[in-house]
Design a protein around this ligand. Structure first.
Ligand code: UD1
Ligand code: MG
Length: 475
């Protein structure tokens, strides 16, 4: 198997060059059949292009340039949080022509690493290895041995195993098509050399395009060595052209994440029903049931258990907490030894202390709950500061919004909120206070006392239940 070892190894001669990454992303992606440009299609919750940029950033490049064309404004708008160089390729005349559009912004002394915007799972380690190779040979090329190489450019090697050229599928002879080593499209070469070869590209081929791949043959002809690196796995260099391939890569990504979680010690009831769309930080002996979706940055402490069908987004959960089925946590912090759900919803700014219990159909937003407090059934706590040891009875609501502004509710330690209490904010329930079930409180409830606002109970003697009128048709 050809590998990085068949390059002249002279690590000592390696010169550190500043790195410029160029991501080719001007292709239309017709086969997506979508109004969203191909490189903005989401994989694991992030645009394909974002994956490539995030991976490239791990190499600490001097600059990242994106060659854009189709849907350019949309792509630029989606990436406005990134510091990028943008090069317009108004007409898609091939990969060589695309790269040429970015070259004016890259100084001769830089090493150019070419990536594709639609190859999202390439690993930073692989790219770092390629960059290392490019420090020792004029051109480093990432190849892959494929089960079915249809559609790929084929790597042509001589009897000694040295790379001689790349031939595109459409230009290849039957013998060349039988070659299973394909071009991934990822390559690295110094900007000065590359500029010269790109200027010499011609489009007299089957597709009438300026092929970047022709640079390889040109370099070899002028006596330069090509250092190939064979990718360890096919999946990391797979491109996305349609929704089927997008789902395939989502599956690959899912599997990688599940494997990493299990290697970190988590028990996954079914790795195929585990979705991680961001960063997951795991304590020891975490247990994750089926169909749990993790988004953004999620931290789970030791022995946390997550029940089936939960969504956790940008959340941290303390040790020994149990999240029962069907809970949604979004930008929330949960302490240790808590019980959540089933069917609990923590919205942004929910901060739960130790041993807090949040039960079914309870929604918490922008509220703190102190140690040992409980809201077990059908409750809304919004913009509230709840102390320790508070019990919020079923069906209680902080009426935090007056139609124009939001107001705070304060419930001090040890208060007992009777079922069905409406706490009209701004309002404070004092420490150890009790509110009577069904009360609507518009004024503060003093500490240690029972406060209620309830119409007196009446019984009407002699009242008759209305009888059905005989003329009415049965409904
Ligand atoms: C290319 C390679 C082929 C390789 C394959 C791997 C060439 C000539 N061929 O073929 O050897 O095996 O990728 O997937 O390089 N792009 C532009 N502007 C253009 C054309 C393409 O920006 O004018 C971008 C596309 O958006 C895409 C990338 O370049 O990100 C590859 O283009 P694509 O048309 O998919 O090339 P392939 O024919 O697949
Ligand atoms: Mg392609």
């Amino acid at each position: 198997m050809p590998s990085s070892r068949d390059t002249p190894s002279a690590a000592s001669e390696a010169v550190e060059q500043p790195l410029s990454v160029v991501i080719l992303a001007a292709g239309q992606g017709k086969r997506m059949r979508s109004d969203l440009p191909k490189v903005l299609q989401p994989l694991a919750g992030r645009p394909l292009l974002q994956h490539v940029i995030d991976t490239a950033r791990q190499l600490s490049p001097a600059a990242i340039h994106v060659v854009y064309g189709h849907g350019g404004e949309q792509v630029q708008a989606a990436m406005r949080h990134e510091a990028l160089g943008w090069a317009l390729q108004a007409e898609q005349k091939g990969t060589g022509h695309a790269l040429a559009q970015a070259m004016p912004a890259i100084p001769d002394g830089h090493l150019v690493l070419v990536l594709y915007g639609d190859v999202p799972l390439v690993r930073a380690e692989t790219l770092a290895e390629l960059v290392r190779l490019a420090g020792r040979a004029p051109l480093a090329l990432l190849t892959v041995v494929l089960e079915d190489p249809t559609g790929y450019g084929r790597i042509l090697r001589d009897a000694a195993g040295s790379v001689r050229a790349i031939v595109e599928q459409k230009d290849a002879s039957p013998e060349q098509r039988a070659v299973r080593e394909g071009n991934t499209g990822v390559m690295a070469m110094s900007a000065g050399l590359l500029r010269g070869y790109l200027a010499g590209l011609r489009s007299d081929n089957a597709q009438g395009e300026y092929y970047l791949t022709d640079v390889v043959g040109m370099a070899v002809e002028s006596g330069l060595a090509v250092a190939p690196l064979v990718a360890a796995t096919e999946s990391e260099v797979l491109g996305v052209n349609d929704k089927l391939q997008l789902a395939q890569l989502e599956g690959v990504h899912r599997r990688h994440c599940a494997e990493a979680a299990m290697r970190a010690g988590a028990t996954l009831v079914d790795p195929a029903r585990f979705d991680q769309r961001g960063e997951l930080i795991l304590g020891r002996d975490v247990f994750i049931d089926v169909n749990v979706v993790f988004e953004g940055r999620v931290t789970l402490g030791d022995r946390v258990r997550v029940g089936p069908h939960c969504v956790l987004r940008n959340a941290s959960v303390g040790a020994d907490t149990q999240i029962h089925s069907h809970c949604v946590l979004d930008s929330a912090e949960v302490g240790r030894d808590c019980q959540l759900g089933p069917f609990a919803r923590l919205r942004p700014g929910a901060l739960l202390g130790t041993e807090v219990h949040i039960g079914n159909f309870v929604e918490i937003k922008n509220s703190e709950l102190g140690e040992g407090s409980k809201a077990n059934h059908l409750t809304y706590l919004g913009d509230a500061t709840v102390g320790a040891g508070v019990n919020v009875g079923a069906g209680s609501i902080t009426c935090n919004y007056d139609g124009a502004n939001k107001h705070r509710t304060v419930i001090e330690d040890g208060a007992f909120i009777g079922s069905g209490s409406m706490l009209v904010a701004p309002v404070t329930i004092g420490a150890g206070a009790t509110t009577g079930a069904g009360s609507t409180l518009t004024k503060d409830a003093p500490a240690g006392k029972l406060t209620l606002s309830r119409a007196k109970q009446l019984t009407i003697d002699g009242w008759q239940r209305p009888a059905k009128s005989p003329s009415r048709k049965p409904g």
